[in-house]
Ligand binder design. Structure first.
Ligand code: SF4
Ligand code: SF4
Length: 433
């Protein structure tokens, strides 16, 4: 998962394994309880702030908890917006636990009181992850509010005192990439025991801020830093938890994913196979991080959850795609079969069509070895709606600034606009710009 797969899996997630040949079971659900939010983060993928037009009420939500369990879900992560802005968030945490599922929570923590921390623990929450994006200056800039970094750290202490398991999730982008090690040292003096790292996805607010996004050629330095971060996390006893959008392969893959895959490699996107996403208005997606336009698979309760899961084309797509659906660099990759171009949310929101992902360490390394680098630039703005995206193109060029200036781009990968085969060929890489 992306922004939302914040914590190591709880034990009960393993009891719901599927048998070979059976329809996949969505073991893990990310559920946006409300889009209402008390922060205005500039990179918020769902452009949180005001609630969605018609968010599910308490009784509907309690019913949906039961349906998710009936479908086989073993863990639900509740996200926002900000979940504590709903009067019934404690009731829903308790309902998830009483239905036999693990319940984790992601919060900005700005106004999370000690009483609420205690009440969440009493309701059975398994862990709470607070979003902290870099050190004070960059966090306050990204979250659009001076002082909110300090308040997030106060929330960590409150959660610890209340007896909660505490985690932090951090977006890696151009602003935060240089301060990960400093942030880790600061976190080591808090109750935090798990740290999820994820790339800022070019969806929603982040689609409007190309200058904040991490460019592929920055991956080389980033992974050198992550190598040190992983070692230091191990020393400090903090579980490092890279999100699905932070990859893939390369020399430190096993170290980074040690806790997730027991030292094995990235196993591919699990949208629509092991994962399911719920929007506050009942729209179901294969993963909560996916853009809405191509991924809204139907609205619950207008359709039953089982019907959507078993037959909505937007979800079945994930089970049927193969390496033949890949394009551009990923189509020729050694890891294509198992990776299938990594995180669908990242590639789709950047290039319009999934299956070609420049946010990849293996790719950045290979291109670097050729004396080249990649960057992307925006060619179409996002419309400005929750979970929307714009379109970008990827430019491959010389690493050497003099060669770059003399020769211009070596290749350009243009965006594609849908998952269907593009009859215009507009997505074909153009050699020589
Ligand atoms: S789109 Fe796939 S890889 Fe990306 S966060 Fe969702 S489940 Fe994970
Ligand atoms: S180049 Fe594409 S298919 Fe290959 S490892 Fe990277 S994301 Fe996966």
């Amino acid at each position: 998962m992306g922004a939302e797969d914040t914590l190591p899996p709880p034990d009960n997630r393993r009891i719901l394994r599927q048998r070979k040949g059976e329809l996949p079971i969505p073991r893990y659900c990310v559920w946006e309880l409300t889009l209402r939010c008390d922060q205005r983060c500039i990179t918020c993928g769902s452009r949180g702030g005001r609630p969605r037009a018609r968010e599910l009420g308490t009784n509907e939500s309690l019913k949906l908890v039961r349906e998710l369990r009936g479908l086989g879900v073993g863990e639900i992560t509740l996200i926002g917006g900000e979940i504590y802005l709903r009067d019934d968030f404690l009731l829903l945490i308790r309902a998830v636990r009483e239905a036999g599922m693990a319940c984790t929570v992601v919060t900005g923590g700005l106004n999370l009181t000690y009483e609420w921390c205690e009440a969440m623990v009493e309701a059975g929450v398994n862990s709470v992850s607070v979003s902290i994006d870099g050190m004070e200056a960059e966090h306050d800039e990204l979250h659009g509010l001076k002082g909110c970094w300090k308040r997030a750290f106060e929330t960590l202490d409150r959660l610890g005192r209340a007896g909660s398991k505490v985690a932090v999730n951090t977006q890696i982008n151009d602003r935060t990439k240089g301060s990960l090690e400093e942030l880790l040292e600061r976190l080591s003096r808090t109750p935090v025991r798990a740290w999820q790292l994820q790339l800022t996805c070019p969806v929603g607010g982040a689609a409007d801020r190309p200058e904040v996004l991490l460019q592929p050629h920055m991956y080389i330095d980033l992974y050198a830093s992550l190598d040190r971060v992983a070692d230091r996390c191990h020393e400090l006893g903090i579980a490092i938890w890279p999100a699905d959008n932070l990859g893939y392969f390369g020399p430190i893959e096993a170290k980074l994913r040690k806790l997730q895959t027991r030292g094995a490699h990235f196993k591919g996107c699990w949208a629509g196979t092991a994962g399911i996403g719920v929007q506050a208005d009942g729209v179901i997606k294969g993963c909560a991080s996916l853009g809405l336009e191509a991924n809204g698979a139907g609205k619950w309760p207008e359709k039953s959850l089982r019907e959507i899961w078993e037959s909505a084309p937007e979800i079945v797509y994930f089970r049927e795609r193969t390496r033949d659906d890949l394009w551009g660099y990923c189509a020729e990759c050694y890891y294509a079969e198992v990776c299938l171009a990594g995180c669908t949310a990242m590639s789709e929101s950047l290039l319009g069509r999934p299956g070609n992902n420049p946010f990849c360490y293996h790719r950045a390394l290979e291109i670097d070895r050729m004396g080249l680098r990649e960057r992307f630039e925006r060619v179409e703005d996002a419309p400005g709606l929750p979970n929307d995206h714009g379109l970008y193109r990827v430019i491959r060029e010389h690493k050497d600034p003099a060669l770059r200036a003399e020769n211009g781009p070596v290749a350009i990968e243009q965006p594609r606009t849908s998952r269907a085969v593009d009859p215009t060929g507009i997505g074909t890489p153009v050699v020589g710009g």
